[in-house]
Design a binder for this molecule. Sequence first.
Ligand code: G3P
Ligand code: CA
Length: 305
Amino acid sequence: MRSLTCFRIFVACVIVVLLMFNDRLRSAEPPRVVAHRGASAYAPEHTLASYRLAMEQGADYVEQDLAVTRDGVLICLHDDTLDRTTDVEEVFPGRSTVDPATGRRQWLAADFTLAEIKQLDAGRWFAPQFAGERIPTWEEAVGAVGSRAGLYPELKSPQIYRSRNVDMTTIFVESLRRLGLASAPASRLIVQSFDETSLRDLARQLPGTHRVFLIEVRDGARWLSASGLRDITGFAAGIAPHKALLDGRAGIVQDAHRAGLTVTPYTFSSRTPSRFDDVSDEMRYYLGDLGVDALFTDNPDRFPR
Ligand code: G3P
Ligand code: CA
């Protein structure tokens, strides 16, 4: 009888230790896969084709980078400019400006109306079978994703709009209200940005939104310190660092978890060289060895489950 009691106490102690030291067990949440610009290894980024394929490949969330057109509509576009992923140079040859940083011609999305942007082909640059794909609006993306996956919009380059007296965050908040997403749970909507001001604005306007702060390599030292992580808890529930900031540094993931922040590194892609032979192995390392909660990938089908 006494030995049975001892055994029970031993089992209970083992469970307590596991719960204390294993973040995955503690949260009981399975790791999540965010489709980066859709299934962008296989279909043109930020097209409905790419979003649909991501969901077929089992994405938990589909990412949308957001930009604002000249007439104030949110569209899904990664670059500030239209020239890399559309035929804007052919359709609007006389509408370029000069990029002051490089001296090269550029076609800024913010200089075009939605009607103009809808004339552009956003698929042919990637592969001929995607010719005719269009740049979706944010609201079209929400409709296409429906309830099959969560939404993971990024407030991208807000400084461009501030310099034009356009408040991107307020436009976004109004859109969430129209779409019935203003108080959506984290399983439905997570908002990300590299811009602290935008996330703080969003927190003020819609405190219930789940917000994630993106951290690029050059900002790692500032934000991944103990005081930096503490500061982030004032305006976000999670961090999304460049994956290089975490490689070999499981302690940062643990520090973030102790601060109550989720960790979602970016970006895992079969198209980008890495020290791993295979993108699935790379994702497995970040999920298993480092203990991240989720990750952004161009290859949702290669996510280790
Ligand atoms: O938002 C996560 C990741 O997408 C950040 O990088 O440049 O692809 O938006 P980027
Ligand atoms: Ca992004």
